[in-house]
Design a protein around this ligand. Sequence first.
Ligand code: ATP
Ligand code: MG
Length: 237
Amino acid sequence: MAEPFLIGEAMTGGYGAVDILHSCTLAVEKGEIAVIVGPNGAGKSTAMKAVFGMLKLRQGRVMLAGEDITTLAPQARVHKGMGFVPQVANIFTSMTVEENLEMGAFIRTDDRIAETMGQIYDLFPVLKEKRHQKAGELSGGQRQQVAVGRALMTKPKVLMLDEPTAGVSPIVMDELFDRIIEIARTGISILMVEQNARQALAIAHTGYVLVQGQNRYTDTGAALLADPEVRKSFLGG
Ligand SMILES: Nc1ncnc2c1ncn2[C@@H]1O[C@H](COP(=O)(O)OP(=O)(O)OP(=O)(O)O)[C@@H](O)[C@H]1O
Ligand SMILES: [Mg+2]
């Protein structure tokens, strides 16, 4: 079988002497959605940071489009086509919506930035409406749209999202998931951590259940949703 488009393979590492990840593997195929779920403190954010190069791995590797990027800094990974929306502090609150999007384009040297911004405004019309407003004045769901939009400004091949629906209402969550499906349909791979496990697994090609820095279950989203053990322990029955 061909190697996945992006894979963090057998990743072991942590923040200091103590390992948080123990041979953890996450992968996503081109244009597909992979979802990571698991209890608080399981290491989901740590695994995302490891894939993005914000954590030094003691063992394991990260491969993107067949290239070993394990030793690359996050900024170099952005140049390779990775976009990352972290769980916290993912927008510049004192800047306007438009300035946030412009900041997202920092690595680009082409002259089609306005075109990409137009695409993002098509995807998230409320951002166009509020483009001159400070991002800090937006609602939680709107801020998440800014964060996703900012990451899309680099025209990534892979978009990594750490809890994109945190703190938003069920309706806004559904809308955000619809937009994420739309983004994946354009060929962008999505690797996403989600607390709303059921809803997220319902749109996932692949799902990962992480526990204590290890892979507990890996299967299609549908199979995990149908698994009585997974349901009982991780999906609330
Ligand atoms: N910067 C840090 N320095 C030291 N330890 C950290 C740091 N960030 C996280 N940890 C520890 O790593 C473990 C995993 O944390 P992580 O944030 O990856 O979990 P998570 O699965 O994303 O949790 P949540 O669902 O609450 O977001 C926790 O025990 C946490 O205390
Ligand atoms: Mg987290």
